[in-house]
Design a protein around this ligand. Structure first.
Ligand code: GLA
Ligand code: ZN
Length: 684
């Protein structure tokens, strides 16, 4: 197997570093000197500069002051520390908003924001685009060829939306390009309902709480437009820096669940490197195992975007300051959470922030160097230790792949559609819960899984899981049909295949549009359950609870594996399987609990012979993941519980951090991990 090409060719190495804002300390040169020594002690090999630094780079219009940045980049490089250079567009200076009021965002109720905050700018505004382009070009000309600058960090955490007149006009144009005629638009959005028919393109307006929010096709198309407008702004920045030197790769830092605002899958084409910021609430009352699962799911998604390693661009060295309760990471948790990212395909561990800010709204956010200004803190020592571990792992893991035979379809556009759906259960359609329950077995048991949306190719997978894929976007039915026909196994769950891309319900009983042929059934009605209600089914001699939604389906060619135990649809299929072509398609007609998914996928994984990291019973709270370097597996055993866990190894393994050989029963301490490779395949 080939290794992936390096994410940062100028410094092809596991990155360990984070956001650094020296502009806050320009009057304290002794602090800046000291920082470099402390970075070295913390095993930091790269820093991210320039995020939100615009006012220091261009304090007055067209007056650039970058000498301070020259000096920092040079000094860092002279000391073996590389720079990821951000464009400053995430936050605009006061003078810019004062001179060009159009750059400030307008809310969905039509009110324009005042100056303040970050991410408070319109991505359509020609004035904003022009000012950003100018400063990006100036930065690129000055730094792109610097040997220490390894990656462009475009803006910061793109997000939000603007409803200003410029955006309204751009949206109208977008809608016109998409639909061509008003008739096509009115049909796609089903506007004849409530007499909302458009008779002029000028009537098209973004969704608003004080205006149109009942046309679901409009709401979903607006989200598509917001993604495209954001991508077009980002592309403008990328083209600007690449015009100076195309050799430096570009990234932008994404956020956890923000893909439910912007469809991150659409970022993949224009970025060279995928990166994201992970801020879970470790140690909160619902437990670290669930949190770890959620983080791992997003790591898997980020790796799947380009099917190559990604960067963990930010995480907190200990506590954040913005969560409801900002808890410290308990000893061990920091290293474990960084390794969790690496286990799922990250080639870095990076932080916000390297030096703790002194004033304003992030002064209590933890940092590698706290207000004490020393190395003498628990957080600093834990950061230094994981930095040393990443250094050891660099040659063994950097660029390695994460082969997956299983994928889960996770579609942001489907989530938008579910969010505006009105029925069948406005008390909550738990899309993520459904994804998580399907993901859990693989996460725990060392079976790699890709997290992709409906636009990806399904070739090469043995198992495709489509939980609650309510919206079938253009083309997905054909892909799924061919996949099963050619021998693949498909698992769908309740409320899958209900509407088309503009949220119009499919008509007819058993139709190809709904994949009735593949599944061998059709859905007559869907019952909603209160949170306190359950139905049940018995499968393979075990009884499982069913919640939230119960589909009442009719078999055409499928075989019923389990039936509902109660209610008027007692005896109707609750779990079905259908042979189609050379493959198999399952339907779980309700929301099953974790226990069912565990047993169901355990059986399926054995039937399909899915490759595991190791053959072992994995204890609770432990997750195993693997990457492949050459022919050797790199196995990450992670214990997210406070108490230690015991794992029985199926063969001898080498511990890649200590060099020792392990066999038989091994103890994994609480909040700790092991990185292993089979002892006989390769010495490290
Ligand atoms: C985000 C931002 C950072 C910082 C952190 C705080 O990820 O990118 O600038 O505000 O949150 O957790
Ligand atoms: Zn706007």
């Amino acid at each position: 197997m080939k290794k992936h090409t390096p994410l940062t060719p100028k410094f092809p190495h596991m990155l360990h570093g984070g956001d650094y804002n020296p502009e806050q300390w320009l009057n304290c040169p002794e602090i800046l000197e000291e920082d470099i020594h402390l970075f070295q002690q913390a095993n930091i090999n790269c820093v991210t500069l320039g995020v939100f630094s615009w006012a220091n780079l261009e304090p007055k219009k067209d007056h650039y002051t970058m000498e301070w940045l020259d000096s920092i980049i040079d000094k860092l490089y002279a000391n073996g520390i590389y720079t990821i250079l951000a464009t400053p567009s995430g936050s605009r200076p006061q003078w810019l908003a004062a001179e060009y009021p159009e750059v400030l965002r307008v809310r969905s109720d039509g009110m324009r924001n005042l100056y303040g905050q970050r991410h408070n700018h319109c991505y359509t505004s020609p004035a904003y685009r022009e000012r950003v382009q100018k400063i990006d070009k100036t930065l690129a000309k000055r730094y792109a060829r610097h040997p220490g600058v390894i990656l462009w960090h475009i803006s910061n955490e793109f997000g939000g939306e603007c409803h200003c007149p410029l955006c309204q006009e751009a949206f109208r144009q977008w809608v016109k390009n998409k639909y061509g005629t008003l008739d096509a638009l009115n049909h796609a959005w089903w506007t004849n309902f409530w007499s909302h028919t458009y008779t002029d393109w000028a009537q098209v307006h973004s969704p608003s709480p004080i205006g149109e929010d009942s046309v679901h096709g409009l709401s979903i198309d607006w989200r598509r437009f917001v993604t495209e407008q954001t991508v077009s702004f980002m592309k403008m920045e990328i083209d600007t820096v690449k015009a100076v030197d195309p050799s430096i790769p570009v990234t932008t830092n994404m956020m956890n669940w923000y893909t439910y605002e912007l469809n991150y899958y659409q970022f993949r084409e224009i970025l060279d490197v995928i990166s994201w910021d992970n801020y879970p609430e470790w140690h909160n009352p619902w437990g670290n195992t669930e949190i770890a699962k959620e983080c791992s799911f997003t790591h898997d998604m980020m790796r799947s975007l380009k099917k190559r390693p990604f960067l963990l661009m930010e995480c907190t060295p200990s506590a954040t300051n913005w969560q409801a309760v900002s808890k410290l990471k308990k000893p061990g948790m920091h290293a474990l959470s960084v390794i969790n990212a690496v286990a799922h395909g990250a080639d870095s561990g990076q932080y916000f922030q390297l030096r703790q800010s002194r004033g304003s709204c992030e002064k209590f956010h933890s940092a590698v160097i706290s207000h004490t200004g020393t190395a003498n803190t628990r957080t600093f020592r834990e950061v230094a230790k994981i930095g040393a571990d990443l250094e050891k792992l660099s040659d063994l893991v950097y660029g390695s792949e994460s082969p997956a035979q299983v994928c889960i379809l996770h579609d942001p556009e489907n989530k938008w559609a579910l969010d505006c759906c009105r029925g069948p259960r406005n008390a909550g359609l738990d899309y993520f819960g459904n994804l998580r329950r399907n993901y859990s077995y693989f996460w725990k048991n060392g079976i790699n899984i890709d997290v992709i949306d409906s636009t990806y190719d399904l070739d090469g997978y043995s198992l495709v899981i489509a939980p609650m894929l309510y919206m079938f976007r253009e083309g997905i039915q054909d892909k799924l049909r061919k996949f099963v026909q050619k021998g693949g196994t498909l698992v769908t769950t309740c409320f899958t295949g209900v509407v088309n891309e503009t949220d119009l319900c499919f008509l007819g009983e058993a139709t190809q549009e709904k994949l009735s042929d593949v599944l061998g059934l059709w859905v007559e009605e869907v019952d909603s359950l209160y949170d306190c209600e359950t139905n049940h089914m018995t499968w393979n001699g075990k009884r499982y609870a069913l919640r939230e939604l119960c589909e009442v389906v009719h078999e055409t060619t499928c075989e019923t594996l389990a039936v509902y135990e109660s209610d008027f649809y007692k005896g109707a299929p609750a779990l079905t399987k259908n042979h189609f072509g050379d493959g198999m398609a399952y339907r779980i007609c309700s929301m099953a609990d974790d226990a069912f998914f565990y047993d169901f996928y355990d059986k399926l994984a054995a039937q399909l012979g899915l490759e595991r990291a190791i053959q072992a019973q994995v204890p609770d709270g432990v997750s195993i993941t693997w990457r492949r370097q050459g022919t050797a597996k790199r196995i990450f055993v992670q214990n997210f519980l406070e108490q230690s866990a015991l794992l029985s190894l199926d063969q001898p393994y080498r511990n890649l951090l200590t060099g020792t050989i392990l066999s038989g029963n091994v103890t994994i301490d609480g909040y700790s991990f092991l990185v292993l490779t089979p002892a006989e395949t390769e010495s490290p």
